[in-house]
Write a protein that binds this ligand. Structure first.
Ligand SMILES: Cc1cc2nc3c(=O)[nH]c(=O)nc-3n(C[C@H](O)[C@H](O)[C@H](O)COP(=O)(O)O)c2cc1C
Length: 194
């Protein structure tokens, strides 16, 4: 079972990536490993110039092709998803997301653009062939507290992420997510361990 988590924020201490890693931990608690790929892992020049035939783009496409499910995280920038994430998606094949389960996740400064996933990201995912796009999870900055070494995610957001991961797992296996961990406090520096 291969799950790819895609972090679309350019920020080193990223709230949206924190949510992504929380979701990855929930998957791990269920025995499902995931593999993270971030905007910051890709060469900026390949993204800016759209080097579709470059080795980074080919490796990206191979990782996406090998995934049965993706969790895609983005900050809201100017009422839409981040341009850096769009630069990644631009390097994918035309129908790269066909038959993939996709869970979108976003953070924004306020609730003003909580529908950004619906009106900006989901149409692009759909154009890439995704037909199993799960209900997205949106959190505001106040709901994701970033400390020097730990992250605290509001219980409400964790609940919604748990439900979203549950839905993802159901689509993959048709069995419920196990309970039991309090993952509210996460270490920042270990791709998240409690
Ligand atoms: C250039 C820029 C534009 C932004 N535009 C919006 C916006 O239109 N709406 C919003 O709610 N937040 C906006 N924000 C706030 C970010 O979405 C928010 O801080 C988010 O949590 C950042 O996610 P990250 O830490 O994963 O990068 C903007 C932030 C930046 C830097």
């Amino acid at each position: 079972m291969s799950i790819l988590t895609l972090a679309g924020s350019p920020s080193q201490h990223s709230r949206s990536t924190a949510l992504l890693r929380y979701a990855a931990m929930r998957l791990a608690a269920r025995g499902l490993n995931s593999d993270e790929l971030g905007l910051r892992d890709l060469p900026a020049i390949d993204l800016i110039e759209g080097h579709f035939d470059g080795s980074a783009a080919r490796a990206l496409r191979a990782r996406v092709a090998g995934a049965q499910a993706l969790i895609i995280a983005t900050p809201v920038y100017k009422a839409s998803f981040a341009g850096g994430l769009k630069a990644i998606l631009d390097l994918l094949d035309q129908k790269a997301l066909t038959d993939k389960i996709v869970l979108p996740v976003a953070t924004g400064g306020s609730t003003a653009h909580l529908l950004a996933l619906e009106y900006s990201l989901k149409p692009v995912l759909s154009a890439l062939g995704a037909r199993h796009i799960l209900a997205g999870v949106y959190a505001t900055d106040r709901q994701v507290w970033m400390g020097e070494v730990e992250v605290r995610i509001d219980a409400d957001v964790r609940e919604r992420l748990d439900a979203a991961v549950e839905s993802l797992v159901r689509h993959l296996y048709a069995t419920p997510l196990s309970q039991g961990y309090d993952l509210g406090y996460l270490a920042l520096n270990a791709r998240f361990s409690v």
